[in-house]
Ligand binder design. Structure first.
Ligand SMILES: C[S@@+](CC[C@H](N)C(=O)[O-])C[C@H]1O[C@@H](n2cnc3c(N)ncnc32)[C@H](O)[C@@H]1O
Length: 170
């Protein structure tokens, strides 16, 4: 079908779009889950005791990260998530590797933002627990170099609480 454009360049609309044409809106039609799915996933890995924290963290669903990673990454790529939160990106990479028999690697960075829980004091600890649960579920040998390692940066500052209102104005 021809569509007149202001620049008089013939254009056409495809009846079906290929994988290279990403949708404007990533929603259930793309096959990814919701925030509710994501909360249930995190709760399922960490246990019911973490239900409230899992809800408050507003994690992303694994299917969303899987979709994004599969769309842009090759089988040997590294995936960097500089605001890792509960570590869902790491889960998507680990599960994708297990499914496809490939070896993408990932780096997750997360500040020690407090959770308010003495038994699991930081968001970074949530991510660590999520990855440990995923590795255990997949049966990946965590002692192998291919699993994952943890590095704590000396002097890493706690991220400011996002709910804290700034008193300074310009
Ligand atoms: C919304 S979470 C990421 C959620 C993650 N995709 C998931 O599904 O769990 C983003 C995290 O990035 C961190 N973050 C956001 N802005 C930051 C900043 N300016 N400096 C350091 N950390 C930040 C916060 O600690 C927060 O936990």
């Amino acid at each position: 079908m021809h569509i007149a454009t202001r620049r008089l360049i013939p254009a056409y609309a495809k009846a079906r779009y290929g994988r290279e044409a990403l949708p404007n809106l990533i929603d259930a039609k793309v096959g990814v889950g919701s925030n509710e799915t994501a909360t249930a996933e995190l709760r399922g890995l960490l246990g019911d005791d973490f239900a409230d924290l899992a809800r408050r963290m507003r994690p992303k669903p694994v299917s969303l990260l899987t979709y994004l990673i599969e769309t842009v990454c090759g089988p040997d790529d590294w995936v960097l998530d500089f605001f890792a939160g509960s570590g869902v990106t790491g889960q998507a990479v680990l599960e994708g590797n297990a499914r496809a028999g490939i070896r993408r690697r990932f780096i997750l960075v997360q500040s020690p933002q407090p959770t308010g829980r003495a038994d699991c004091p930081t968001i970074a600890e949530i991510a660590r627990r999520r990855l440990a649960a995923v590795v255990a579920r997949l049966g990946v040998d965590a002692s192998e170099a291919g699993a994952y390692g943890l590095v704590k940066l000396e002097g890493a500052a706690e991220a400011p609480n996002r709910r804290t209102k700034s008193t300074s104005r310009r």
